[in-house]
Design a protein around this ligand. Structure first.
Ligand SMILES: C[S@@+](CC[C@H](N)C(=O)[O-])C[C@H]1O[C@@H](n2cnc3c(N)ncnc32)[C@H](O)[C@@H]1O
Length: 387
């Protein structure tokens, strides 16, 4: 990969790794880098020189959508090798992140429970129903998903996720995995310079990678983060405290929260929507509208929609739908986003649907998103609306 080797920043909640555990994790990162830089480029050649020609011979036309490309690429040996290695790298990534957490789980939980610093709060709700779209499959193959708890005060899933995101993105989300939050804060500050939110909500905050940039970017604001997964939130709270940053975390479903009407100036999410369901996305947008004050902004950060992408790029970028337990990935990339906002009540202003530059990868922008290389495009897709 281009650029220097970025190591993850230390913080007190991060699991400690032995020499061998750390070597295993860095092997996974290097393996993924090898796939991206050395194996992935051959896919285009395989398509142009073999698969596309075979499709043209069979159908007398060019492939025009994911199904057309899949019908020939899935038989191509280079694609098969890449796809199988990518899936293997994903499974290895979770194991490599799990091993040190499993070894030290009780210590991690105890240390998170007595973490100090900051003025933030943590409000859990043991009665909250975890949505079916999370319990039905282990999304992106994370064993146990975001919510599973093994011991009291568990932080395992959060601790695993923190390290796995760094490995998955190969450091391209920055040393704090904060690129989506940092990039959105930069975009808001440059495009809406007079917008000074006083109360901010981050929906589906996980361990707070994208939440903390709003605390530093808008120091006057009160920042809240919600998630359905208790282990995510316990870990997020400990991580924020270790960085001495104030966030109010609570365990809530973004489809229906207990916050008052018109109580936020800014409601954001980062890669939440594609992990919910078609019905849930509609509820989330409605809830954003209910929570925002007039003039407030909703901004959802995602990878870009399929519209306008070539059939070949769409096929590769859609890899996660069929190979990485992402059942809503494809549908969420094909939504009519203007209609979705209007159905949710956002009729006051047109939506924004823009590509915002990555704050971290300023110089490495390829604008290309590919399976298994999530942060590689150097841009983020921002979808939102002002109330
Ligand atoms: C891909 S992760 C989000 C990553 C995080 N926003 C970040 O930027 O690092 C998706 C998160 O959304 C949470 N989630 C999914 N559906 C939710 C819902 N309906 N309400 C609240 N949180 C939800 C999951 O538990 C998970 O932690």
């Amino acid at each position: 990969m281009s650029g220097s080797y970025v190591e993850q920043n230390h913080h007190d909640a991060l699991p400690k790794t032995s020499h061998d555990e750390c070597a295993r994790q860095h092997f996974v990162r290097s393996f993924k880098e090898h796939l991206v830089t050395s194996i992935h480029p051959g896919l285009k050649t395989a398509y142009e020189k073999r698969a596309k020609i075979s499709f043209q011979k069979q159908h007398g036309r060019d492939p025009s959508d994911i199904k057309d490309v899949a019908s020939v690429m899935k038989h191509d040996p280079h694609y098969q090798a890449w796809s199988s290695l990518l899936r293997t790298s994903q499974e290895m990534m979770w194991s490599a992140a799990q091993i040190p957490v499993e070894r030290s789980l009780r210590e991690l939980a105890a240390s998170a429970a007595k973490s100090e610093g900051g003025q933030g709060t943590l409000r859990l709700n043991g009665d909250l129903k975890i949505p079916d779209y999370h319990t039905a499959v282990d999304i992106h193959c994370q064993p146990g998903g975001y919510h599973t708890e093994y011991i009291a005060d568990d932080v395992a899933q959060g601790a695993i996720y923190d390290r796995a995101v760094y490995l998955y993105a190969m450091g391209q989300m920055g040393p704090d995995n904060a690129d989506m939050g940092d990039s959105t804060v930069s975009w808001l500050q440059s495009q809406q310079p007079d917008f000074k939110p006083q109360r901010i909500l981050d929906m589906g905050c996980s361990v707070g990678h994208s939440t903390l940039p709003y605390v530093t970017g808008f120091p006057e604001a009160e920042v809240h983060g919600i998630d359905v997964g208790a282990p995510m939130l316990r870990y997020a709270h400990a991580r924020a405290k270790s960085k001495d940053l104030e966030v109010h975390f609570s365990q809530q479903n973004a489809e229906k929260t207990d916050f008052e009407d018109e109580s936020f100036d800014l409601v954001v999410s980062h890669i939440l929507l594609h992990e919910t369901s078609a019905a849930a996305i509609k509820n989330v947008i409605k809830e954003c509208h209910r929570l925002l004050k007039p003039g407030g902004w909703m901004v959802h950060v995602e990878t870009p929609p399929y519209e306008g992408m070539s059939p070949f790029d769409t096929f590769l970028f859609d890899w996660d739908s069929e190979n990485n337990n992402e059942p809503f990935w494809r549908r969420s990339h094909e939504l009519d986003l203007q209609a979705l906002a209007e159905q949710g009540g956002f009729t006051e202003h047109p939506t924004i649907q823009v590509m915002a530059p990555s704050a971290f990868q300023e110089t490495q922008r390829s604008m290309t998103f590919q399976g298994g290389d999530f942060g590689g495009g150097g841009v983020w897709f921002l979808y939102g609306c002002q109330k």
